[in-house]
Design a binder for this molecule. Structure first.
Ligand code: ATR
Length: 271
């Protein structure tokens, strides 16, 4: 029976097994999906061994998303550009293909949750400059967003992203964010702020236009303080759970041969 799994450290919190098992049941497919707790020093040996154990592919999460690129035999252009992979496919010839579907997951989630958002309609304000921001910035640029306003507490990390991804990015000082929210057609939190146990994201949102799309990659809680404020201001909000769900779609389709749907039944299964 075809197996897939998610490789991480820690891994107990991952919702990916719930998601893929839901799809396997729903489409009545043979297969299973398991959490794989793998220490840094063991990553290469484990990844090389999985195909010999009946695995057809794997998702990769922290802290392995960058290291796994070096292990793969082939990588997609997106994975190369982002510098990280989250989806491995083990090919029949024994080779390992690494892809990054985080940007795809982000865009699909926003398109589903805010169908009237036109990427070309105006600037995107991206808060944070970590790994998640890299994938999202690449996806926004691909979709034709005219300008990316990028703000990060540590400005140097935003500058590094600009150096990698170019002219379309304009760096905004973290403490000046309030002054650019009114220019944004979409506001995206890619920081961990707002997550259960973390401080809330405190930026002045008074300038936000109603109708602006506001989305958060944090999904625990689903309604982050940022999204709550945005709802109160009449914005269109998209929660972060959908990004996780949509990023799993391409892998599932490649491994199990069926393109799965992201719908309320899936959301209920992973919550
Ligand atoms: P991920 O891969 O999920 O993006 P990451 O690479 O650790 O995770 O990035 C975390 C992001 O959250 C960074 O942009 C980080 O800002 P710094 O680069 O300044 O560290 C941001 N972040 C985390 N805690 C923060 C806080 N208390 N205030 C502001 N930004 C914070």
């Amino acid at each position: 029976i075809p197996l897939a799994g998610v490789i991480g450290n820690p891994i107990g919190h991952s919702r990916s097994p719930l998601m893929h098992k839901h799809w396997l049941r729903r489409y009545d497919l043979r297969g299973d999906y398991v959490p794989l707790h793998v220490a840094e020093g063991d990553l290469e040996r484990v990844v090389r061994t999985l195909p010999r154990m009946g695995f057809v592919g794997a998702n990769v999460t922290l802290p392995h998303k960058t290291a796994v690129l070096q292990i793969a035999d082939h990588q997609s252009d997106r994975a190369t550009l982002i510098g990280a992979a989250n989806t491995l496919t083990f090919r029949d010839d024994g080779s390992i293909f690494a892809d990054n579907t985080d940007g795809y997951g982000f865009m699909s989630n926003v398109r589903q949750g805010a169908p009237n958002w036109d990427p070309k309609s105006g600037p995107a304000l991206v808060l944070g400059a970590g790994g998640a921001a890299r994938a999202i910035i690449v996806a926004l640029a691909d979709a034709g967003v005219p300008q990316i306003l990028l703000a990060n507490r540590t400005r140097a990390k935003a500058e590094a992203l600009k150096a990698d991804f170019g002219q379309r990015i304009r760096i905004v000082d973290w403490v000046q964010v309030g002054s650019v929210v009114e220019d944004a057609a979409i506001v995206i939190n890619t920081t961990s702020l707002g997550m259960t146990g973390q401080p809330a994201l405190r930026i002045p949102l008074d300038g936000l236009q109603s109708g602006t799309v506001v989305t958060d990659i944090v999904y625990s809680p689903l309604q982050t303080p940022l999204l709550q404020m945005a709802v109160a201001m009449g914005c269109v909000t998209v929660d972060g759970l959908g990004m996780l769900l949509h990023q799993g779609v391409p892998g599932f389709e490649r491994w199990f041969g069926k393109r799965p749907e992201v719908d309320d039944a899936l959301r209920a299964a992973v919550l």
